[in-house]
Design a binder for this molecule. Structure first.
Ligand code: CA
Length: 621
């Protein structure tokens, strides 16, 4: 102790002589977040978190035209300071020093940069119903750089034999396959979280973040991520970032050295959320249930954030703006939308609309019913409590469940394709059902191919419906390969490596030669529809009109002034001969049609023949 003090004094003397008045650069600040910001944001408010041992002992000064230090907020823990800045419209891009002074002496200096925004940054267009999203898990997609599989300081090492371990996939692996997505007909990538998850186990999935401002080094660098998005944009692909407000990883700084007692919800013993998201919109819900839902932990490794803490709320909101600007995002997917407080979600939605009115935000609203799902979409009608999430898109779990069941059942009063018909019939509940995110499975669900009994004809019916009905379709990676996987055996089983993504893989499914006959049939079928869909205006923005399924055949139309699309889904085990007189209100002006998958032309539309358990997608002429 005494020796330390002596060394300290000696250093102080040395530094004072050599570097006065700034002597302490050797003891640098641990963190300043956001590390930099942008001039010309719509909202001038900027909260800068500063972290370093006893940083609160310092007085903070800065001087820059257009920038005001409105307030320095101290919290219980002296290792934090929160600087409330106002960055006015007259602030130009440039750098200024934030000085931390004690006893009139500058202890630390941080050069803060206000960057120039990209042209059109505020007007960025989000993803729309014209897009097809491809969801991929970066650890499991492709390993473009085996050199980063294990990184110094990262607790978990790669082990490809362990289904729950890290496999080494990374940003470079995604960048290496951009042409695959384009060829397949994908227009948008949704990448499971890329930010640091420095956890000892299960770090691969990305939802236990330990740093909100840093890409996990096993995926690459922040710069690599921005470069990936730039390259994707160059090929016409959009990119959606996956963000998490509800929780962090147990090794996050806010848990290891908490700023105060009101950052993470703590209980005498481990207390899980009740996962009953419907409590958030239930007019009769008990407060105890609501609090348990909102405050309980998502998992023992994922502490629950207290978003009623406005410093934390601002911190979380700002990090999404940071990544939007830095990486040039096209959309954001909010994990577990109902779990952070409603105030947090509404504040975020409003702030994002203020900064990026045309960008698309999608909330993961994992609810079983249409009404409770609709509650989480922006501008919901009759929410009952005035809640408005501000998120234009929501995940459509009710339609997912209908798609899982429809094609393995015979049509009945409420079974088979009647499930689809009845779910869509409740779309009046949604403010904007065309923006519902639709999917047959995802990274948390059994693989679709398994769910429908591993039958290719049912698979085609499901995918044809997904790609032609209303909504923004999302395809989970590997669906095109008929990937199998039972979620009940563990999440690793629904997150297998993409074959060919790793050097030395026995098969390379990125090429037709590396796929089985069935895989090629599935891939080619999807590709034909997805490529056609890119220019199918009736699917992008046309109205949907459907007829009650009859004799096991569900018929619907998508129609805009320049295009009419007719879809027939034969859910029976026999060929269907469908008389079209019943559809005259749409079909009367048309005399021929093109089969958009098969490519043939039909010159007589009075009776349409649909093979057993098959879809038929026609463009009417
Ligand atoms: Ca790697």
């Amino acid at each position: 102790m005494r020796n330390k003090r002596l060394i300290f004094s000696a250093l102080w003397l040395f530094s004072s002589l050599m570097l006065a008045p700034v002597w302490s650069l050797a003891s640098k600040l641990d963190r300043v977040e956001p590390m930099f910001w942008w001039a010309g944001m719509n909202n001038p408010e900027l909260q800068v978190m500063v972290y370093g041992e006893n940083i609160a002992e310092n007085r903070v000064e800065l001087s820059y035209p257009g920038v005001t230090l409105r307030q320095v907020v101290q919290v219980a823990n002296p290792n934090y300071l929160f600087l409330e800045l106002s960055v006015g419209p007259q602030a130009r891009p440039g750098k200024f020093d934030i000085l931390f002074k004690k006893d009139g002496r500058t202890q630390h200096s941080y050069s803060y940069e206000l960057r120039q925004r990209r042209e059109g940054s505020a007007q960025r267009q989000g993803f729309t119903p014209a897009d097809v999203i491809y969801l991929l898990m970066p650890d499991r997609f492709a390993n473009g750089d085996p050199g980063n599989d294990d990184m110094p300081g990262m607790l978990e090492k790669a082990n490809r034999q362990d289904l729950d371990g890290r496999h080494g996939g990374d940003i470079k692996g995604i960048a290496n396959h951009l042409d695959y997505f384009v060829d397949f007909g994908v227009t948008t990538l949704w990448i499971n979280p890329l930010l640091e998850n420095n956890m000892a186990r299960y770090s691969y999935h990305g939802y236990a973040m330990t740093d909100f401002y840093k890409v996990d080094p096993r995926f690459g660098t922040n710069q690599d991520y921005a470069e990936l998005v730039r390259q994707a944009h160059g090929k016409g692909l959009k990119v959606i970032q996956d963000v998490v407000f509800n929780h962090c990883g147990l090794n996050h700084l806010f848990v290891k050295d908490p700023p105060g007692t009101d950052w993470v919800h703590n209980f005498p013993e481990y207390t899980r959320s009740n996962f009953r998201a419907s409590t958030m919109s239930d007019p009769y819900a008990a407060r105890a249930d609501i609090e348990r839902f909102n405050h309980g932990w998502f998992d023992s490794n994922m502490p629950d954030f207290d978003q009623d803490n406005l410093l934390l709320r601002q911190y979380l909101i700002q990090h999404t703006i940071f990544w939007t600007e830095f990486a040039d995002l096209d959309g954001i997917r909010l994990d577990t939308e109902p779990y952070p407080t409603k105030g947090m979600v509404a504040d975020w939605g409003a702030r994002m609309r203020q900064e990026y009115p045309n960008m698309t935000l999608v909330g993961e609203a994992w609810l079983d019913y249409e009404a409770t799902t609709a509650y989480w979409q922006a501008d919901v009608r009759n929410s009952g409590d005035g809640f408005n999430s501000g998120l234009r898109s929501v995940t459509d779990f009710p339609l997912k469940t209908a798609m899982q069941n429809a094609f393995k059942e015979q049509d009945g009063w409420t079974s088979g394709t009647l499930r689809l018909y009845e779910v869509l019939g409740k779309d009046f509940l949604y403010a904007d059902p065309m923006y519902n995110l639709t999917f047959v499975d995802n990274h948390d669900l059994p693989r679709y191919y398994r769910e429908i009994g591993s039958e290719l004809d049912r698979f085609k019916l499901g995918l044809a419906f997904l790609l032609t009905t209303r909504g923004i379709p999302m395809i989970y990676y590997g669906t095109e390969l008929l990937m199998d996987g039972d979620e009940h055996l563990g999440h690793g089983h629904i997150r297998h490596d993409f074959p060919g993504g790793w050097p030395g893989d026995a098969k390379n499914a990125f090429t037709a030669a590396g796929r089985t006959a069935d895989q090629n049939e599935a891939f080619d079928f999807m590709r034909a529809l997805m490529r056609w869909r890119k220019d199918a205006k009736a699917i992008h923005g046309g109205r949907l009109l459907h007829f009650i399924p009859e004799n096991g055949v569900y018929v619907y139309f998508r129609q805009c002034p320049s295009q009419t699309v007719m879809v027939l889904l034969n859910n029976t085990d026999a060929e269907a001969r469908v008389s079209t007189a019943r559809f005259a209100e749409v079909m009367a002006p048309f005399s021929s049609a093109k089969d958009v998958v098969g490519g043939t032309t039909l010159s007589d539309l009075r009776e349409l023949v649909v093979p057993a358990k098959s879809p038929l997608v026609l463009e009417l002429r």
